[in-house]
Design a protein around this ligand. Structure first.
Ligand SMILES: NC(=O)c1ccc[n+]([C@@H]2O[C@H](COP(=O)([O-])OP(=O)(O)OC[C@H]3O[C@@H](n4cnc5c(N)ncnc54)[C@H](O)[C@@H]3O)[C@@H](O)[C@H]2O)c1
Length: 253
């Protein structure tokens, strides 16, 4: 129960990796807020099945919209009176088409940036005054190892994650004096329930990333949990502005 009495918000946790972070944070005793633009009931039910005593709240929020994000933070403060851990995990990812960059429309580019980068900015901006007043906070921004690989036909996504990496460094410098740590995590290609449910899901899709790794197997969401828990807990109180790459030793950063 390393996170007992802490309040954690995980954006983009209606499905995929975010749902696994919710369970891990709740298992350590954090009151955990499940946030997504989609219905979050499935994550809450699954977490409560495994952890009947977990204190959970669900909230629908569009992280690209400042008013919506403001509403989220207001609700968290009204219910719990604090906000200790923000996991900026939501992104346009699984649903995103891969295509040559010349074929990416301005609308598509802007919509990826508005969620993947502006959304991270807005959530950090809304959480920051609360964390400053507490003189304590952990902001964990989910980037991707694609930003170092430069994955082909994914220029909007790759660029957005490069932005998350840089934004993390910039605000870590501003928030350190308030006891707030800001770090990013860069996962490698990770198999999720969403990907596995796809009609044309094939393990072949993972072959290239597996063969490039030092540890040659498919990455699972659970592979990220230890790093998230480290960054969410007081174990990392002197670690800020860093990026931890969790990809089984593919590209070595
Ligand atoms: N799965 C991977 O291979 C992988 C690899 C590296 C990084 N990542 C990153 O990890 C995170 C989680 O990945 P995933 O595979 O679970 O992705 P996913 O696409 O399955 O889940 C993302 C979640 O974000 C939510 N979301 C999208 N737009 C939103 C908005 N405007 N407001 C609120 N929520 C919104 C979606 O509804 C979804 O539930 C993402 O940041 C992704 O970029 C994933």
């Amino acid at each position: 129960m390393r996170l007992k009495n802490k309040v954690a918000v995980v954006t983009g946790s209606a499905q995929g990796i975010g749902a696994v972070y919710v369970k891990a944070l709740a298992a350590e005793g954090a009151k955990t807020v499940i946030v997504d633009i989609k219905d979050c009931a499935k994550t809450a039910e699954a977490t409560n099945t495994d952890l009947p005593d977990a204190e959970l709240m669900t909230h629908i929020c569009d992280i690209s919209d400042e008013t919506s994000v403001h509403g989220l933070v207001q609700k968290v403060i009204k219910k719990y009176g604090r906000l200790d851990i923000l996991v900026n995990n939501a992104a346009i990812f699984a649903s995103l088409d891969r295509k040559p960059f010349e074929e990416i429309s301005v609308n598509e580019w802007d919509s990826v940036m508005s969620v993947n980068l502006r959304g991270v900015f807005l959530c950090a901006k809304a959480a920051s005054p609360i964390m400053k007043a507490q003189k304590y906070g952990k902001i964990i921004n989910i980037a991707s190892d694609t930003m170092m690989k430069g994955t082909k036909h994914f220029a909007h996504y790759v660029s957005s994650k490069g932005g998350v990496f840089a934004f993390t460094r910039a605000i870590a410098k501003e928030l350190g004096e308030y006891g707030i740590c800001v770090n990013s995590v860069a996962p490698g290609l990770t198999s999720t329930d969403v990907m596995e449910a796809e009609e044309n899901f094939t393990l072949k899709r993972f072959d290239r990333s597996v063969s490039a790794r030092s540890i040659q197997r498919i990455q699972q969401p659970e592979d990220l949990v230890g790093t998230i828990m480290y960054l969410a807990s007081s174990d990392s109180d002197f670690v800020t502005g860093q990026c931890i790459v969790v990809n089984g030793g593919d590209n070595l950063y």
